[in-house]
Structures are given as C-alpha cells and as structure tokens.
Ligand binder design. Structure first.
Ligand SMILES: Nc1ncnc2c1ncn2[C@@H]1O[C@H](COP(=O)(O)OP(=O)(O)O)[C@@H](O)[C@H]1O
Ligand SMILES: [Mg+2]
Length: 414
C-alpha cells in the first residue's frame, strides 16, 4: 500500500497553549490510517511568514489559520494556496474578510433569525478625503439621533459594525448617553442595537466543522471567569435550537471554526454576535472547555487532511434563501437550514471516520492532558498574561478545570 504523509500547517499569532497541545497530541497518537489504497500518516508544523511566488506550490493539505484577520501577508498566502494549490483552510478567507458583524445580522435576519432590531448610523467623523465636502453637502441627510434611540428603546448597544473583542461597545441607557457615545465613536461606523434586557441565559456556541459546544457565559465576570463550566443548563430542545442556529450560520458563511453568541429571554434565543471566525482558544479564557476545543480541532483537521476533502472556494447562499422563501414555520426552516449545513460539513462521513479511525487520537489527547506537558503549556500561557505573583494560583486553577473536563470527556466517550 502506498505510504502517504499529509501535512497540517498551523498559521499562528500570539497563540501559546493550544498549538503545543495540538502538535504534541498529534505526534503522540502516531496515527497511521488505512484510507482507500493509502496508508496515511500526518505531519504538523507552524507556518512561517515569508515571501512567496505564485508558482511556488504549497506543502500543506490543511491549514488551521488564526492570522487571516489582521495579517495581510498571511491572508494573501492562504488565498493563493486555496486558488492554486488545492489547500483546505479554515475558515474561508474571503468570507472572513467581507462578512462583518453587520452583514451577518442582515443575512441571518433574512433567514428569519430573531436578531434584535438594529439601525446603522452614518459615522460621526470622517478622515481627510478629497471629495468629502462635496459628497456630504449633496447627500448627507440630517437625522435625529434621539428619534432613532427612542425607536429602539433603552437600554441599547452602540457598537462598531465590524466589532470584535468588545472594542468600542457602549451600553446606552438614555438619549444623553447615546449622544455622548455616538460623539465619542469618531470615525468608526456604528450600529445601534436594541438590548436583550434582563436575559435569562447568555449562550456561546462554538462550532468546529459539524461539532458544536454549547457553553454558558457571564459577560459581567473578568476574562477568566466568563465561560462557565455548567453543562446541560438548557433543555435538550433549546440546545438543539442553539446547535442548529450555529451550524446554519457557520455553513452559510463557510466558517469551519466560529463562535455564536445568543441571549435567551422568555424562550426566544436572540443571536447578537456571530461573526467571530477563529475565536479565542486560549486556556486562560476557555479553561474547562479547552480540551474539547483542542480535540475537536484535531479531529476536524485530520479528517479533512486524510480524506482530501475539498474546500468550498465560494460561498453559496441560494439554497438557504430557497428554504427561507417557503411558506413554512421558522422551526421548519431552521431544520431545513441545519440539514443543509450538516450536508455541507460532511457530518455523516465525519462521524463514521471518527468512529473508525480517531480513537487513538482521543486516547493520546486524554493521556497528554493528564501529563506534565499539559501543566507546562498552561503555565507558559498563564505566565504570559498574569503578573508573576498570580502565576501559581491561576496555573493550578486552570489545570484543575482541565482535569475535570478530561474526566468528563473520557466518561462520555466510553
Ligand atoms: N443586543 C444586545 N443585548 C444585550 N447585550 C448585548 C447586546 N449587544 C451586545 N451586548 C453585550 O455587549 C457585549 C459585546 O458586544 P458584541 O456584539 O458581542 O461585541 P464584540 O463583537 O466586540 O464581542 C456582548 O458580549 C454583550 O455582553
Ligand atoms: Mg461578542
């Protein structure tokens, strides 16, 4: 049988802990899979930043990319790899680049999701532009900010149309607060969104391919306390709705790895922030959930590399809009979107493949998380973000949560 090596590249920024876990677990697993006529093993390395010529091939079969957002060189290298070298990358780089938070609200509202009422505002200030005065004099329409604020009622949230990491987000409680926040927004393009006030539960759902983790979240806590460890905190029916919503969003935009925030109130799950491709994967914020992230990421990368699964180079919205146009209830539409999403994510093939081939990967992961190397990786990350006198305390805290999680994952996998 021909021996084949599939190469997985990690395109990284300031990531410390999860790449160590990813690389070491993959190496420990010594995966050697009989797939079709081949015996496949896997190599993994970190992608460097360097000049590249168009005709230079790409050695990677799959790239897990964390840099596309803000590193143009890497973004262009990834696009070139997809267009010329049959590279599979998560996430679709064009989609990450162009579908911002506001566009994601538009698309999901069109599919019928209960996105809170949102109004886009012209930016408060503009930079130097040669034709600016002419354009504004001719076309900028006067508007009453107070009327818009009253229309959405208070409180509401003023936030950048392309936000992330809570940058520039203000909760406004009245007309004067709105005026002040708008004045301070400067050249940022902002939208105003009705608040889901006094919500019952804040849910964050992360999808990695067809795998979804539903987590409870508390935005009022410091960073390390926001992801709660609760499991089964909503009904199975609600959990299914959250999973189907997440898969729909991710498949629609071609995002393999994305986080969706939803606030539930009186039985309705309002999606408020779901354009978060490649979300935070660091142990100091996701702690208890970290082993799931690492293992799911590995499984999805190995599956795509081993099966040579082709990446969708273009997004295709039309089948979703066809379902949206049907004269059926929203619940039926969502079931239709989610079915389509599962097909796009090769869910059945992935599950069959995982059951048949990925047990050694799971075993290697459980052993790694229980090893000294995991503790070291956690300490390394903690040392990077906490003051020295807190390093021991937080290393021990996150490590204990990781151990608890591995116990739970292992029990569930038996
Ligand atoms: N419509 C809303 N209702 C209630 N809380 C909101 C709403 N929009 C934003 N928030 C709060 O503000 C935080 C940041 O807003 P979000 O849209 O998630 O921005 P970012 O993309 O920067 O994370 C949210 O995590 C949530 O706590
Ligand atoms: Mg958010």
């Amino acid at each position: 049988m021909p021996a084949v090596t599939r190469n997985i590249g990690l395109s990284l920024g300031a990531d410390i802990c999860w790449p160590l876990a990813f690389e070491q677990i993959l190496a420990d697993s010594k995966l050697s899979l009989k797939v079709g006529k081949d015996v496949i093993d896997f190599a993994c390395e970190r992608v460097g930043l360097e000049p590249f010529a168009l005709e230079k091939g790409c050695k990677y079969d799959v790239v897990v990319d964390r840099l596309t957002h803000w590193f143009k060189l890497q973004r262009e290298w990834i696009k070139k790899g997809v267009l010329m070298d049959d590279l599979y990358v998560y996430n679709n780089p064009w989609s990450v680049q162009s579908y911002e938070k506001h566009t994601s609200y538009c698309a999901m509202t069109a599919l019928g999701m209960p996105v809170p009422k949102t109004v886009m505002l012209p930016q408060k200030k503009y930079g130097e532009l040669s034709d600016l005065d002419f354009t504004l004099e001719q076309y900028a329409r006067m508007f009453e900010l107070d009327t818009i604020g009253d229309g959405l009622s208070y409180p509401s949230f003023l936030k950048p149309f392309d936000g992330g990491g809570w940058r520039g987000v203000s909760k406004v409680d009245d007309a004067s607060g709105l005026g002040k926040a708008y004045d301070e927004s400067g050249q940022d393009l902002m939208h105003l969104q009705a608040a889901v006030h006094d919500f019952d539960v804040f849910v964050r759902a992360v999808g990695i391919g067809p795998q979804v983790r539903v987590m409870k979240y508390d935005p009022s806590q410091p960073l390390h306390g926001r992801y709660l460890v609760d499991r089964d905190f909503i009904t199975k029916e609600d959990e299914q709705l959250v999973i189907d919503t997440t898969l729909t969003i991710n498949a629609f935009f071609g995002w393999d790895f994305n986080s969706c925030e939803m606030l539930s109130k009186d039985g309705v799950y309002y999606p408020i922030d779901f354009a978060n491709p490649c979300p935070d994967s660091q142990v100091n914020s996701i702690h208890y959930h970290w082993p799931w992230y690492v293992l799911s990421n590995l499984k999805w990368a190995v599956f795509n590399a081993a099966t040579n699964r082709k990446m969708r180079k273009t997004v295709d919205f039309e089948p979703f809009y066809k379902i949206a146009a049907k004269d059926i209830s929203y619940a039926e539409k969502l079931a239709g979107y989610a079915k389509l999403a599962r097909e796009r994510m090769s869910t059945t093939q992935f599950e069959t493949f995982s059951n048949k081939h990925l047990r050694p990967l799971e075993e290697a992961a459980f052993a790694w998380f229980r090893s000294e190397r995991c503790l070291e990786a956690i300490r390394m990350k903690v040392s990077n973000v906490f003051p020295e006198h807190e390093v021991d305390e937080f290393t021990a805290k996150f490590h204990a949560l990781v151990m608890k999680s591995v116990d739970d994952l292992q029990a569930a996998s038996k």
